[in-house]
Design a protein around this ligand. Structure first.
Ligand code: AMP
Length: 143
């Protein structure tokens, strides 16, 4: 089971802002879309960074409300870990767990093609495990 199966179900939408957007722009988009991260992209569409609701909360706590007018790029994480749609769901689960973040942008041919969250990954794993359990129950019923 690969990341492609998650993107097939949830779609390949990219929710992103450019590097000129402010923290307030990011907050509005997070709320409007009901998501936990915004990708910040360069003018050529490449990834400049990732801004999580956690980044905003931490910056608010340490620097105060003045950060709301800052460029979002000042508060994002620049070294973004990505995955490919050919990666196994168990592999990306391990990456998220080891690195302690809940989102992974998906790239293909050097371009952004989607974003997956830990919620998407857990949902897919549960579906697979339930299907396996059902197959075993059906098999047992036939022997
Ligand atoms: P999250 O748990 O995804 O809300 O993010 C927790 C922290 O990890 C924040 O500082 C994010 O900017 C950062 N982060 C989230 N996803 C990634 C990623 N794929 N690569 C690098 N950093 C990330």
């Amino acid at each position: 089971m690969t990341v492609a199966s998650i993107l097939d179900e949830k779609g390949r939408n990219i929710i992103a802002l450019d590097t000129m957007a402010t923290v307030t722009d990011a907050l509005k988009l997070l709320e409007e879309k009901g998501i936990g991260v915004i990708l910040i992209t360069n003018s050529d569409g490449s990834i400049a960074g990732i801004l999580s609701e956690r980044d905003i909360v931490r910056s608010l706590a340490s620097k105060g409300a003045d950060i709301l007018g800052d460029p979002a790029a000042l508060h994002m994480t620049k070294n973004v870990v990505t995955c490919s749609e050919n990666d196994a769901v168990t592999t990306v689960m391990g990456i998220m767990s080891n690195k302690r973040f809940r989102h992974l942008p998906v790239t293909g041919d050097g371009k952004l093609i989607g974003v997956i969250s830990i919620g998407d990954v857990v949902k897919r794993r549960i579906e697979v495990i339930e299907k396996e359990a059902e197959d075993i129950r059906n098999y047992i019923a036939t022997v």
